[in-house]
Design a protein around this ligand. Structure first.
Ligand SMILES: [Zn+2]
Length: 440
């Protein structure tokens, strides 16, 4: 009875998360993500038209070659962020197995598959609900609720004869998630009693000692920022992650509280919000304006330009992306112009990589030059910090820990945390992409 853990992507880097879990030679693939910064480095890259090989060469998607001759039974997705599902269009079709995910995750996977231009992805999409357990050819897969910055995130627990492995790359403990569920502590506790052989735990924020504040706290920060902005009587522009439905809902609600009409502008905002509405995961007022099409956007922005004190403009551009609505506003490409008295609120932190950092600096420089006030980091993270990670480890008590989802410095930090919690070195595993940890 052997259990294999093979990280395919996501170790020593932030992005392209993908892991294979093997039980006596039968494998389950958890996540298939892209690495956004690698893809963004090629400015005109259209992922849909690039081949698997091209994308592997630029480090944009995981190199899954070593899985090609193994007996893969299922592809399982933890949540809908692109660094977890973005490579489904390129990699999944090589495996003649279903793709399992929660409704929101699979709704987003459909977009990824639709954008695939070089071939058809034919894998069956199989919806599972949080708290479901299914059996795939003798491997038991359980989907455990986890709070994160996207709805319907789950931990995946995979159990075979040799023991169980828990994948917990993206989560936080949040007492006030506003929409959706809290991380299921009670189930994790029971799982610990049943015995967890190994846990893959995300290390992306393990360098931060303070507890990650709740989404309710983010709403409070936004309220303060938007109240201040509104009192000056100018325009309010807010930008955040298009996939962060809870945050968008807070901005929409707070806009109404200020007596202003919220307007959502941008293609990706439209896609994510439409998916959430379709599944009944969020209740926006029926007359909420969500616009992605260029002509409608232009018309609306002209109207807002004339009476900016009546609106809150919610748009794409939190990382300074060159084709986003906010960047194009700053570049004078739309009839709405930012001017003195207006406030631009970034409800997002800069995802640290050189491209985002320079794009964002450039965008802020332009906005400030046009007279706007800029508020940064009106945001809380979706990832547990050091204290949340320690709580998770104490709750789950895995026999072995595999730090994942980060650069090597942070993977080492998590190993250090494990040592502090009493783990011997032989049970803390610093792996690399493509290596295999076999637990007998
Ligand atoms: Zn995530």
């Amino acid at each position: 009875m052997t259990v294999d853990i093979i990280p395919i992507g996501g170790l020593g880097e932030v992005g392209k998360n993908m892991t294979a879990l093997g039980f006596d030679g039968k494998y389950v693939i958890v996540d298939m993500g892209i690495r956004l910064d690698a893809i963004m480095a090629f400015e005109d890259a259209d992922i849909g038209r690039m081949s698997r090989e091209e994308l592997i060469n630029i480090n944009g998607i995981p190199d899954d070659s070593l899985l090609r001759n193994r007996r893969v039974q299922a592809i399982v997705l933890t949540h809908g962020h692109l660094d977890h599902i973005g490579a489904v269009g390129k990699l999944a079709r090589a495996y003649d197995v279903p793709i399992y995910g929660t409704p929101f995750t699979l709704e987003l996977v459909k977009h990824v598959i639709r954008e695939e231009r070089t071939f058809k992805v034919k894998n069956r999409l199989q919806t599972v609900m949080p708290r479901d357990t299914i059996n795939v050819n003798g491997i038991e897969l359980e989907f455990i609720p986890a709070a994160h910055s996207i709805l319907q995130t789950v931990f995946v627990s995979a159990r075979g004869d040799g023991g169980s492995v828990l994948c917990a790359s993206d989560f936080k403990f949040d007492e006030e998630p506003l929409i959706g569920y809290k991380t299921d502590r009670a189930r994790l506790k029971r799982l610990a009693n049943e015995g967890v052989l190994a846990a893959l735990i995300g290390a992306v924020r393990v360098d931060r000692p303070e507890p990650t504040p709740s989404e309710g706290h983010a709403r409070g920060m936004l309220k303060k920022a938007m109240d201040e902005a509104s009192s000056s009587g100018g325009g309010i522009v807010v930008t955040t992650f298009s996939s962060h439905i809870t945050r968008i809902k807070s901005i929409v609600d707070l806009s109404f509280e200020l007596g202003r009409t919220p307007v959502l502008v941008g293609r990706s905002l439209g896609n994510y919000c439409t998916a959430a509405l379709k599944l009944g995961l969020v209740d926006f007022p029926s007359d909420l304006h969500i616009h992605g099409r260029p002509n409608a956007v232009r018309k609306l922005l002209r109207e807002i330009d004339g009476s900016r004190e009546d609106y809150v403009l919610i748009c794409t551009g939190h990382q300074g992306e060159p084709t986003s609505v906010l960047t194009r506003i700053a570049d004078g490409q739309f009839p709405f112009k930012v001017r003195r008295g207006d406030e631009v609120i970034f409800s997002a932190s800069v995802i640290p990589n050189p491209i985002n950092e320079s794009n964002r600096r450039l965008l802020e420089t332009k906005l400030l030059a046009q007279g706007a006030r800029v508020q940064r980091d009106v945001h809380v993270s979706g990832h547990a910090g050091r204290s949340g990670t320690a709580e998770f480890i104490k709750l789950v008590r895995p026999e072995h820990i595999v730090p994942c989802h980060s650069t090597f410095d942070k993977l080492r930090l998590m190993a250090g945390l494990g040592r502090e919690l009493g783990y011997p070195n032989e049970h803390l595993h610093l792996l690399r992409n493509g290596s295999c940890l076999r637990l007998d």
